[in-house]
Design a protein around this ligand. Structure first.
Ligand code: ADP
Ligand code: MG
Length: 715
């Protein structure tokens, strides 16, 4: 749920973020002494492996093994209990069975230990009894100012602080490579898997935290820590479910303010959209779609592939950052260059056209027709490889049209490739654009990988991955937090409905009209004669629609008839409609027939809104009418929205081409923008309720946008 604070204030105020106590956070994880409860030498046990891993990775503080049965472990004096230690340690770690944990937490809390890392599982991960036990641990800790990581986690791996509190075999290596990337993971196995993979691909981390059940410290605390930690410049997180959405937004805003990109992979993308029981909005703006929308609005980079997340992080952490539009390719292979160019084009990234100066420099080294993007190093004319590679790389770095350089290292004499790498290094001081290497070959290219790793240059193991990474880097430049929305003057919260219930078309349109949305007039008839009379008043042609709480999609059951031109047609249609609807839905309670003005329009759009339990009211709009769930053409954002945001959203949709005018037709998209802005304020005003609103379709014509159907459910 959104916090009550967020719910009562005006939206502009909700983006204020409280400052962090950075020193307290840094202090919490910068440990000087650690007690290992249940330490042993037995490498078949969690406690044994964890203890050994801590000892082998250069922790400079004091380690206190705790084991009732031993006086010494790996040569270290061992104590029977926390209470026997010569000092209060900064932290304790425990991997014993769950029923043994509470006693130690109590003792640690009483001693004033500041951090407990509980590896043990069997808490909220194991049902209600476990949940209660976990809550008890948190209470004990909080009452004494102690913080907890876990339970049910794989601990922490902090190359930066030389602290390894993790039993995983991935740390069984001589060194733990560092890069300025912090990682908080809701899956311990994934954390260790990725550390291992990233390490073997030349990357590294400052710190990794496996957050486990997040009983006390949760993902956002670690994001906050990474914001506070000077050694970390890029933040990565793997998230399954958020504990507190408004906190997540706060942490994300802090990261953004600190200039530290936040990259997130979130599980649950494949969750099927909800059944459209009441509204289309619920099925097209499901939870995953809303999360993606929030990330886009908040400048969080949502990545759909966890390996790509680290490729992107690695480039961000080691290379200059700048908006990416045009890319230069340098490769020793014509084929590699051609395929990379295709992949870039498919991702919508342009190939740079070199400026005159760069072209002139390149033409010294390549035959006519070859001194252009992609540059095939194999075609160079000179005999001095070193000079060619240096001047080629220099030309690309100095070219004013190139924003990033992709080096596709296809198989070729090794020294060519090493020379390209050296040339990049020679430019490192003056470089203002990122360079990314792609190595598609197998073991023969290992010396190239080794050289790149040694120099700290980022690479991927396929051109496809490098292009994906470039695509995300390009998107990152385009992520802009939303500007404040302004409430139209005649759009007041006092007009928001305050009662739960299901609002039919006529009632929902009444509410929309009060918010200044253009709707077509109409009224409900309960006899054919009444219908004919109303049609005359409204003006022909008219549309007739069935009114029934039991019918969600009226046209599916013969409940909509359009273009009725006279009283006779209305009378006939009235009777036929009742019959047809009854034959489709025999038990439907029919309240009457809505007679309304027929609206001319060339395009049907949906404008919907709902309350998301995590992020509050959201708005969705896109191609509408009866095809709404078939066309994936929609934009989602949290309410309320500014005109500029709506316009930008519309412009991002394929249907924008039709809205903007085609084949001599012009459509009044400004009226549509106004409608969406107003619906977004209605959504904002309904933020304290769970609700679903469909305005579908809004018919857009040459001089209007009119809501001709609407339904609203307030729970
Ligand atoms: P439902 O969505 O319940 O099936 P609608 O009221 O949206 O019913 O009507 C279905 C379709 O009929 C609309 O998508 C639109 O094409 C057309 N329609 C409905 N009302 C009007 C109207 N007043 N003017 C013009 N076309 C209309
Ligand atoms: Mg409809």
């Amino acid at each position: 749920m959104i916090s009550s604070g967020m719910a009562v204030c005006e939206p502009e105020a909700s983006s204020q973020v409280a400052a962090l106590d950075t020193n307290a956070l840094k202090d919490l994880f910068n440990l000087k002494s650690i007690a290992v409860i249940g330490a042993s030498e037995d490498q078949s046990k969690f406690g044994g492996r964890l203890f050994k891993n801590l000892l082998t990775h250069g922790f400079r503080g004091q380690v206190y093994p705790i084991n009732v049965a031993r006086d010494e472990l790996f040569g270290l004096k061992t104590y029977p209990d926390l209470t026997d230690l010569p000092e209060t340690p900064d932290a304790f770690v425990i991997a014993l069975p769950s029923h043994l944990v509470k006693t130690h937490v109590e003792r640690a809390a009483a001693l004033g230990v500041k951090l407990g890392i509980i590896i043990s599982s069997g808490f909220s991960d194991a049902g209600d009894a476990g949940r209660a036990a976990e809550e008890e641990l948190v209470q004990i800790a909080r009452a004494n100012g102690m913080r907890l990581i876990g339970p049910n986690c794989l601990g922490m791996i902090s190359p930066q602080n030389g602290i390894v509190l993790c039993s995983s075999p991935v740390v069984d290596r001589p060194d733990l490579p560092k890069r300025p990337i912090g990682f908080a993971s809701q899956s311990g196995a994934l954390m260790t898997t990725l550390f291992d993979r990233v390490w073997s691909e030349g990357g590294g981390f400052t710190h990794g935290f496996s957050v486990g059940n997040q009983a006390d410290l949760e993902v956002c605390d670690f994001i906050d820590y990474f914001v506070a930690d000077e050694a970390t410049t890029v933040i990565c997180a793997y998230i399954e479910g958020l504990k507190d959405a408004s906190r997540f937004l706060e942490s994300a805003r802090r990261a953004r303010a600190a200039g530290k990109p936040l990259l997130v992979v979130k599980a649950g993308r494949s969750e099927a959209g909800r059944e459209a029981a009441f509204s289309h909005t619920a099925s097209i703006a499901g939870d995953a779609a809303v999360f993606a929308a929030v990330c886009r609005q908040e400048g969080i980079m949502l990545v759909d592939d966890i390996n790509i997340m680290f490729s992107v992080a690695n480039v961000l952490a080691s290379q200059p950052r700048r908006p990416i539009r045009n890319v230069a390719i340098l490769t020793p292979s014509g084929g590699g260059g051609a395929l990379a160019a295709d992949a870039l084009a498919e991702a919508g990234i342009d190939m740079a056209t070199f400026d005159e100066k760069a072209a002139a420099m390149l033409s010294k080294h390549y035959p006519p027709g070859q001194a252009q993007n992609p540059i095939d190093f194999g075609t160079r004319v000179g005999t001095d490889e070193s000079l060619s590679s240096r001047e080629t790389v220099q030309a690309l770095h100095q070219d004013t049209n190139t924003d990033a350089i992709l080096c596709v290292m296809a198989m070729s004499p090794l020294f060519w490739q090493l020379q390209i790498i050296d040339a990049q290094m020679a430019m490192a001081d003056q470089a203002t654009k990122p360079v990314i290497f792609a190595i598609d070959a197998g073991r023969t290219s290992d010396p190239v990988r080794a050289r790149l790793t040694e120099l700290g240059l980022p690479y991927t193991n396929s051109t496809a991955d490098a292009v994906k990474a470039l695509d995300y880097l390009k998107k990152l430049g385009a992520l802009q937090p939303s500007a404040g929305a302004e409430r139209p003057q005649d759009c007041t919260a006092a007009n928001a409905p305050a009662k739960s219930g299901q609002y039919d078309e006529d009632q929902a349109k009444g509410i929309l009209a009060k918010y200044g949305v253009a709707v077509n007039e109409g009224a409900v008839a309960t006899t054919a004669e009444m219908a004919a009379g109303m049609a005359a008043k409204v003006g022909f042609p008219v549309v007739m629609k069935i009114v029934s709480q039991d019918i969600v999609h009226k046209s599916d059951v013969g409940g909509v008839v359009v273009r009725l031109s006279n009283a006779d047609e209305v009378t006939a249609a009235y009777n036929t409609m009742l019959q047809t609807v009854k034959s489709h839905v025999p038990n439907a309670r029919i309240e009457g027939v809505l007679v309304q003005r027929m609206v001319e329009g060339s395009l049907e759009m949906i404008v919907g809104a709902r309350k998301d339990v995590e992020f509050g009211p959201v708005v969705v709009f896109g191609a509408g009418g009866v095809l709404v769930e078939m066309l994936p053409d929609r934009f989602i954002a949290t309410a309320p929205l500014s005109k500029a945001q709506v316009l930008e959203g519309l412009q991002s949709l394929p249907i924008w081409k039709m809205l903007a005018g085609y084949r001599g037709r012009t459509l009044d998209y400004e009226a549509l923008v106004d409608t969406i802005v107003r619906v977004s304020w209605l959504a904002w005003d309904l933020r304290d309720y769970e609700f679903e609103l469909d305005v579908n379709p809004v018919l857009v014509g040459s001089d209007h946008a009119t809501a001709v159907d609407a339904r609203l459910l307030i729970v």
